[in-house]
Ligand binder design. Structure first.
Ligand SMILES: Nc1ncnc2c1ncn2[C@@H]1O[C@H](COP(=O)(O)OP(=O)(O)O)[C@@H](O)[C@H]1O
Ligand SMILES: [Mg+2]
Length: 241
């Protein structure tokens, strides 16, 4: 029951944003996706969630070709995501931000609110429930965005730079949360993150993109030992990671 890209190519006009990209996320697994700016990371997430149709290749979910499914279809099929910018509904409070997601998935209002309360409690942010989404501190906004993505019990969660702008401590807390999401809920996660040390600490498997191609993938040792990765991207960070 994996979510996967199979030899996916995406072009914008004449520009090839992705070329023959293959990667797979299993239930309960946290995969890291790294690479320099413009490498194609967000395009991968867009393709894995129906926001971008693949030009070539296929998107597979549980053995089924879902390449032509809409973004809403992916969400209904159990694939959730967060965005690089929070994108909360700023006119609503935190509880309603979560509840309206499940209502959109066909849940009744009361049940959706109940689910939202449980989830905020599970994440340790029940105190935010009645706060307006507008004006939340940055890290709270990020956590609410993740909580909202978890509504409706998805099987997969794709996180596009959720730790951007966080302190080391906040990023470490976020890493612990992602661990819990994978372990306790059995959700397969994909984490896009600039902090290579953080990615290598959370992810058993890391995929490295450069220029729209997968230039390396493997465990911590494979990534740290890769000359291609060092040359393309890590530079001096590889010693620090
Ligand atoms: N909708 C689009 N139209 C044209 N070019 C795009 C579009 N989306 C992304 N690109 C280009 O594709 C490349 C990969 O972008 P992106 O996937 O956002 O990279 P990353 O998330 O790794 O920084 C970049 O050069 C970007 O400018
Ligand atoms: Mg991006």
């Amino acid at each position: 029951m994996a979510l996967a890209l199979e030899n996916v190519g995406v072009a914008f006009g004449g520009f090839r944003a992705l070329s023959e990209v293959s990667l797979s996320i299993a239930p309960g697994q946290v995969i890291g996706l790294i690479g320099p700016n413009g490498a194609g990371k967000t395009t991968c997430v867009n393709t894995l969630t129906g926001f971008q149709a693949p030009g070539t290749g296929r998107v597979m979910l549980g053995g089924r070709d879902v390449s032509r499914l809409s973004a809403h279809g992916f969400r209904r099929a159990g694939v959730a995501r967060t965005f690089q910018a929070g994108r909360l509904f700023t006119g609503l409070d935190v509880l309603d931000n979560l509840a309206c997601t499940s209502v959109g998935l066909g849940q009744r209002r009361a049940a959706a609110e109940h689910e939202a309360e449980d989830l905020l409690h599970w994440m340790g942010i029940a105190d935010l429930q009645s706060r307006p989404a507008a004006g939340l501190p940055y890290t709270d906004e990020r956590r609410v965005a993740i909580a909202r993505a978890l509504m409706g019990h998805p099987d997969f969660l794709l996180l596009d730079e959720p730790a951007a702008g966080m302190s080391e401590k906040e990023a470490a807390d976020l890493a612990a949360l992602i661990h819990r999401i994978a372990r306790e809920k059995g959700i397969g996660c994909l984490l896009i993150e600039h902090n290579v040390g953080l990615v290598l600490s959370v992810c058993a498997h890391v995929v490295v993109l450069d220029g729209g191609r997968v230039i390396e993938q493997g465990d911590r040792a494979a990534i740290l030992g890769s000359r291609a990765v060092r040359e393309a991207y890590l530079g001096a960070n590889v010693e620090a990671a």
